[in-house]
Design a protein around this ligand. Structure first.
Ligand SMILES: CCCCCCCC/C=C\CCCCCCCCCCCCC/C=C/C(=O)SCCNC(=O)CCNC(=O)[C@H](O)C(C)(C)COP(=O)(O)OP(=O)(O)OC[C@H]1O[C@@H](n2cnc3c(N)ncnc32)[C@H](O)[C@@H]1OP(=O)(O)O
Ligand SMILES: Cc1cc2nc3c(=O)[nH]c(=O)nc-3n(C[C@H](O)[C@H](O)[C@H](O)COP(=O)(O)OP(=O)(O)OC[C@H]3O[C@@H](n4cnc5c(N)ncnc54)[C@H](O)[C@@H]3O)c2cc1C
Length: 664
């Protein structure tokens, strides 16, 4: 019997080659094939089941995470999966775990900040998971201000050791994932003190637990910090606390690529910039941008499929009601998010390239592109995660009441996703880093130093400050050069206006603090320009497949014009466009939505997400939503009994009280 497909008609409407779009989304045919294989492998394995996750107690959820991690590790070894495939497996298992920090931060910290001897000693054990590590930077009192950390690592020349100590309550390490219950080791960030002098924050490899009994080593207090937001979600992670009471480690456990301490206790700063101590964060911020497109695509896939199934109002002559996806308001809320998922995918690909490039340069001691890599990773991490977090909530609302059910998949996705706006750098703090970089670039204009990379457009400031947008009709907004120039002009004008305002302050730091809300807006304008320009660049590539490029052009225009509509105030106030041109952009946007509409279901099918990964009844591939919702309701433990536990003790006495009250 042929399987039921409630979306069959929608799928027939598609005007492009779906298989080719799947390859564009995956990045290459090879990536598509690997990812498809791993997704199916995970979906068909009962150990990776997750449909009962939000019902588990914290302890059961944690044990389930350990079980999944052990099973994942066994599969990785048995099937000889590459690191790339293992990472795909991690994504599809879809359960935050200590392994994220071990592979995503502990190992990269040693690789980026350790010497070759340290690599030889620690990496083989870490790669085999004979030791498990975490990244212990944040403290109870300080997270954003890394220079404000209080943990000390004092060198003792007599024993050739560092003495690690937590001098205050606020110096307790607080938040590191994997620390609470699992890690045997940590890269700990502490103030280096030699000869009574404070040399700032550096990384140290510290063993925390015994490798035989898993008990904390002497002088170490360690535990979990407690339940976090939502059920299921990030509670599978053992975010931990850690205190040191004069714990001794050998000198060679300080990560010494950036600076060294000699046997005599002399502090030596190498040619490598001290910012490399922050290098692991740059790496992870880059991965967070790629992950943002996955989370956004997932929410959008659920909301789009459900919007095509759901009908409300408008039945004529007894015919079917209107699919909610046909309401213009639904389209104007949903399609920009669909376009953003594709936009973030492409900017994530580009950022990965940028990161690989800067890493190769760093290995050759070329540090010239580090500031730009920092600004791009910080800014795009901030922008993409903020948009994605808001978008998941918007998708919940787009699904009406059923979106609030746990089995819509959206509440847990929201709960697990929102901390990305905070971890790896609070999003506002990161935007202020971008703003600093932009203000520095503006201050160097005219000095002969030509801006390059993502700030190259500032080199054309003279033109961009006075150019006029030539749009006369709605369709003029479809010209890539018109869109790009409007975004470049807005970004440069906002940057230069802020730089001028800063110049009015006698103390630049006072000015920066006072104008920080405006500076955040400047940074956002710059980041949006990067995303728009990378989408446009993607369209310059040869993209095979019937109708594929056309759909991407439509999505690119939706992405750019919805931003223009949303930030119309910026564009008009800076004189980049007139109010009438803004109205024409909005008119064009409405026409674009009509072009997205017949392709919407196929555009989310292109993400190639399994029902297991989506974890959503509303987003299931076959669209058989109502029957599944009905069946699922009966599986709730509350429905195990017809009369609930507690009826006799609590309900019945209330129900019967009217008899007594009536007697009073
Ligand atoms: C169950 C399933 C199992 C599956 C198993 C599968 C097995 C898997 C196998 C393999 C899979 C691979 C897996 C990979 C996984 C990847 C996933 C990773 C998930 C990670 C989860 C993350 C969890 C969260 C972690 C954290 O949050 S860690 C802590 C992060 N903390 C922060 O981000 C702090 C933010 N603060 C700062 O960054 C800084 O302090 C500051 C705000 C930048 C200010 O610093 P300060 O020194 O005060 O700087 P300034 O004076 O402002 O600037 C000085 C100077 O430096 C420049 N700068 C600043 N930062 C950087 C930088 N990072 N890089 C370069 N340069 C930088 C700045 O621009 C200034 O420059 P100028 O002087 O030129 O102006
Ligand atoms: C789920 C989760 C996992 C984490 N995992 C790890 C981990 O593995 N390892 C680790 O070391 N850490 C980890 N962290 C900690 C995380 O990196 C920090 O919480 C994060 O960097 C934010 O720092 P904070 O908590 O000090 O926020 P704060 O800086 O205290 O932020 C509070 C508010 O102050 C504002 N603010 C702060 N400074 C400024 C400023 N200069 N200008 C304007 N506004 C400002 C912020 O915007 C924010 O609104 C994790 C956190 C979470 C939530």
């Amino acid at each position: 019997m042929e399987a039921l497909d409630y979306h069959a008609e929608e799928r027939r409407k598609a005007e492009f080659n779906l298989d080719e779009m799947k390859i564009v989304w995956a990045g290459s045919r090879r990536n598509y094939e690997l990812s498809d294989r791993v997704a199916r492998l995970v979906a068909s394995d009962p150990v990776f089941r997750k449909d009962n996750r939000t019902m588990l107690t914290r302890k059961d959820l944690f044990k389930d995470t350990l079980r999944k991690a052990a099973h994942a590790w066994k599969r990785i070894i048995d099937l000889r999966l590459s690191e790339e495939e293992a990472n795909m497996l991690r994504s599809y298992v879809d359960q935050p775990a200590f392994t994220d920090l071990h592979w995503g931060m502990f190992i990269p910290a040693i690789k980026g900040q350790g010497t070759s001897e340290q690599h030889e000693k620690w990496l083989p054990m870490a790669y085999k998971m004979q030791i498990i590590g975490c990244y212990a930077q944040t403290e109870l009192g300080h997270g954003s201000n890394v220079q404000g950390l209080e943990t000390t690592a004092t060198f003792d020349p007599q024993t050739d050791e560092f003495d690690l100590h937590s001098p205050t309550l606020t110096s307790s390490k607080w938040w590191p994932g994997g620390l609470g219950k699992v890690s045997t080791h940590a890269v700990v960030y502490a103030r280096l003190i030699t000869g009574g002098q404070d040399h700032g924050v550096h990384g140290f490899i510290v063993q925390l637990r015994g490798l035989d009994d898993h008990l904390p080593l002497p002088g170490i207090t360690v535990g979990d910090i407690g339940m976090k937001f939502g059920s299921g979600a990030y509670n599978s992670m053992d975010n931990g606390l850690l205190r040191f009471d004069h714990v001794r480690i050998p000198r060679n456990q300080m990560l010494m690529r950036v600076s060294q301490v000699t046997r005599e206790g002399k502090f030596v700063q190498s040619d490598v910039p001290r910012q490399l101590v922050y290098g692991t964060m740059v790496y992870v911020r880059q991965t967070i941008v790629s992950d943002a497109s996955c989370a956004l695509a997932r929410a959008v896939c659920i909301a789009t499929r459900y919007s095509a199934v759901r009908r409300q109002f408008g039945s004529q002559n007894g015919g079917p009601e209107i699919q909610v996806i046909d309401y213009k308001t639904q389209q104007s809320r949903l399609f920009p998010l669909l376009a953003s998922a594709y936009a973030f995918r492409f900017v994530g690909e580009w950022l990965k390239w940028l990161y690989t490039d800067v890493t190769q340069r760093l290995q050759a001691n070329d540090f010239s592109t580090l500031p730009e890599a920092h600004a791009c990773t910080a800014g795009l991490k901030s922008m993409t995660t903020s948009v994605t977090a808001d978008a998941i909530e918007e998708c919940r609302k787009l699904c009406g009441g059923h979106g609030y059910l746990s089995n819509s998949g959206l509440p847990e996705l929201f709960a697990v996703y929102i901390p990305t706006c905070t971890y790896e750098g609070d999003n506002v703090v990161l935007l202020l880093q971008v703003a600093r970089f932009l203000m520095k670039t503006v201050s160097q204009l005219g000095s002969g130093k030509k801006p390059v990379g993502t700030t190259a457009y500032m080199g054309r400031a003279e033109h961009l400050m006075q150019c006029r947008c030539e749009v006369e009709m709605a369709q003029d907004w479809l010209k890539p050069s018109t869109i790009l120039e409007a975004f470049e002009a807005r970004a440069v004008r906002m940057s230069i206006a802020c730089a001028k305002s800063l110049g009015k302050f006698s103390n630049p730091e006072d000015g920066f603090a006072e104008l920080s809300p405006d500076l955040v807006e400047v940074a956002i304008a710059h980041c949006q320009l990067i995303v728009v320009s990378k989408f446009l660049e993607k369209l310059q590539q040869d993209i095979p497949g019937k109708g594929v490029k056309r759909q991407l052009e439509i999505l690119c225009n939706v992405y750019a014009l919805h931003l223009l509509h949303k930030h119309l105030g910026d564009f008009v106030a800076t004189g980049c466009i007139t109010p009438n041109q803004g109205a024409l952009a909005n008119e064009q946007l409405r026409l674009l939505y009509a072009q997205v509409r017949p392709n919407a279901i196929a555009l989310v099918d292109a993400f190639n997400y399994t029902d297991h990964y989506l974890g959503s009844i509303l987003g299931c591939y076959d669209g058989n939503v109502y029957q599944k919702l009905y069946q699922e309701a009966w599986k709730d433990p509350l429905n195990d009994t017809v009369v609930p536990d507690g009826y006799l003790e609590y309900l019945r006495p209330i129900l019967k009280q009217h008899i007594r009250t009536a007697r009073l």
